[in-house]
Ligand binder design. Structure first.
Ligand code: UD1
Length: 361
C-alpha cells in the first residue's frame, strides 16, 4: 500500500508524528505499507513548523509545497494546485489527512478528485459554529472522506447523523495524546520561567482565533481583564504571529510575560507546571484535560465537548465578567479535576495502522 500523509500547520504535527512512528514500526515488522510525507507549507516559521519536526522526531518531509499564507481561499487554492501536481507525479492508494486546518480540506479535495481514497484522522468533531473556517474544513472533509478515525463516541454519532456508513468509522482515540505520552520524559523547562521570582505559580495564555485577536480593542480588553482578575499571578503568553501583528504598539501590563510561540517540548512543560491555562485553541483543551489542569476557553462553542463534560475545560465565550469570576475560582482552588476520555491512552496510532493494514493489505 502506498500512503501519502499530509501535514501543514502547527496543530497537525503532533497528530501526524505518532502515526509516522507507528507506520515505521509496522514496516520494520514486514508490513507492506509505504508512506510519503507532504508538508503543505501552510506554516513555515521555525517556531510554528521546524521545531515541531525536531521535537516530535518527524523526518524531513518528502516534499514541501511551500504554499504559505494568504486569505482563506488563496491559501486553500495554492495548496490544492501544488498538491495536485505532487499526486500526479507521485500516485498513491490513499491520502491521510489530520485535523481541520486549510491543508486538511485542500488535500482531501484534490485526492478525491483524482479518485484516491481519503482517510481522515480526528473525523467527526463539530463545534456547530460555521463562522469558524475549521468547522467548514471539518464538515467538507468528512463529506468526501472514505475512512474515518475518531477520538470520541460523540464524533461517531455526528458522522452517522451526516449519513456516513458505520462500517467506515473507527473509534481509536487521540493521536495528540500519543505525542504527549511519547515525549513526556523529554519536556524542556523554558528559560522564561527563570524570570518568575518566588513561587506564586503562573498561568499560561494563548490566543489566535480571529474573533479574539483581529480587533485590537477586544484583544486589549481580554489582556486587561485577565491581569485585573489575577494581579498576583504571572501570566505567560506565547504570542502567535497572527496575534503579534495586531499587538504592535500595544501597552501590555508587566505581569503579562510575552514570549515567542514555544516549541512543543517547552510548551508541554509549561502547561504541565501551570496553575491554569486560558486559551482559544482546540488542541490545548485536550492536553489540559489529559494533564488535569484547569482550562478556561475563550470561545462560545467547542468541537471537543468531552473536555467540558469529562475533563477540566470551561467555556466562557466573550463574557469578560465571567472570565473574572472563573479566574478567581481557579485561584481559590475550586476546579474540577476531571477524568480522561476512553482510549486516550497513547496507543491510538498503533490502532490506526493496524486498521489500515486490515483495510488495504
Ligand atoms: C491555523 C489554523 C488553525 C490552527 C492554527 C494554529 C486554518 C483555517 N487555521 O490558523 O486551525 O489552530 O493554525 O497555529 O487552517 N504566519 C506566520 N508564520 C507562519 C504561519 C503563519 O507568520 O509560519 C502568519 C500568517 O502570515 C498569517 C497568520 O500567521 O497572517 C495566520 O496564519 P494561517 O495559517 O493563515 O492561520 P492561523 O491563524 O495560524
Amino acid at each position: 500500500m502506498r500512503l501519502t500523509l499530509v501535514a501543514g500547520a502547527r496543530p497537525n504535527f503532533m497528530k501526524i508524528a505518532p502515526i509516522i512512528h507507528a507506520l515505521d514500526q509496522a514496516k520494520a515488522k514486514g508490513q507492506k505499507i509505504y508512506h510519503q510525507l507532504v508538508h503543505t507549507g501552510q506554516h513555515y516559521d521555525d517556531a510554528l513548523s521546524t521545531y515541531f519536526f525536531e521535537d516530535l522526531g518527524i523526518p524531513p518531509p518528502d516534499r514541501n509545497l511551500a504554499a504559505g499564507s494568504g486569505t482563506q481561499s488563496q491559501q486553500t487554492a495554492s495548496i490544492m494546485i501544488a498538491f495536485e501536481q505532487y499526486l500526479l507525479e507521485n500516485p498513491c492508494d490513499a491520502v491521510l489527512v489530520v485535523g481541520d486546518v486549510n491543508s486538511t480540506l485542500a488535500c482531501s479535495l484534490v485526492a478525491k478528485k483524482l479518485l484516491i481514497d481519503v482517510i481522515h484522522v480526528e473525523a467527526g468533531i463539530r463545534s456547530g459554529d460555521r463562522t469558524m473556517p475549521e468547522e467548514i474544513n471539518r464538515i467538507a472533509t468528512d463529506a468526501i472522506s472514505d475512512y474515518f478515525f475518531t477520538t470520541t463516541a460523540e464524533a461517531d454519532e455526528n458522522l452517522i447523523r451526516q449519513g456516513i456508513d458505520k462500517a467506515r468509522i473507527f473509534l481509536v482515540g487521540n493521536t495528540m495524546i500519543d505525542s504527549l505520552l511519547m515525549t513526556r520524559e523529554h519536556w524542556l523547562r523554558p528559560h522564561l520561567l527563570e524570570s518568575i521570582k518566588g513561587d506564586p505559580g503562573y498561568v499560561v495564555l494563548t490566543l489566535h482565533r480571529p474573533s479574539n485577536v483581529d480587533d485590537r480593542r477586544i484583544l486589549n480588553a481580554i489582556l486587561d481583564r485577565i491581569n485585573f482578575s489575577i494581579p498576583d499571578l504571572p501570566i505567560i503568553f506565547p504570542v502567535h504571529p497572527r496575534t503579534r501583528k495586531n499587538m504592535v504598539g500595544m501597552k501590555v501590563h508587566p505581569n503579562i510575560l510575552l514570549a515567542e510561540p514555544m516549541r512543543y517540548l517547552e510548551f508541554m512543560y509549561l502547561i504541565n507546571g501551570s496553575r491554569a491555562v486560558i486559551t482559544d485553541s482546540g488542541g490545548i483543551q485536550e492536553e489540559t484535560t489529559f494533564l488535569h489542569k484547569p482550562c478556561i476557553t475563550l470561545r462560545n462553542t467547542t468541537e471537543r465537548p468531552e473536555t467540558v463534560v469529562l475533563g477540566t475545560n470551561e467555556l466562557i465565550g466573550e463574557n469578560l465578567d465571567k472570565l473574572e469570576v472563573v479566574l478567581k475560582r481557579m485561584v481559590n482552588g475550586e476546579w474540577k479535576s476531571g477524568s480522561i476520555p476512553a482510549l486516550w491512552d497513547g496507543k491510538t496510532s498503533e490502532r490506526i495502522v493496524k486498521k489500515l493494514g486490515q483495510i488495504y493489505l
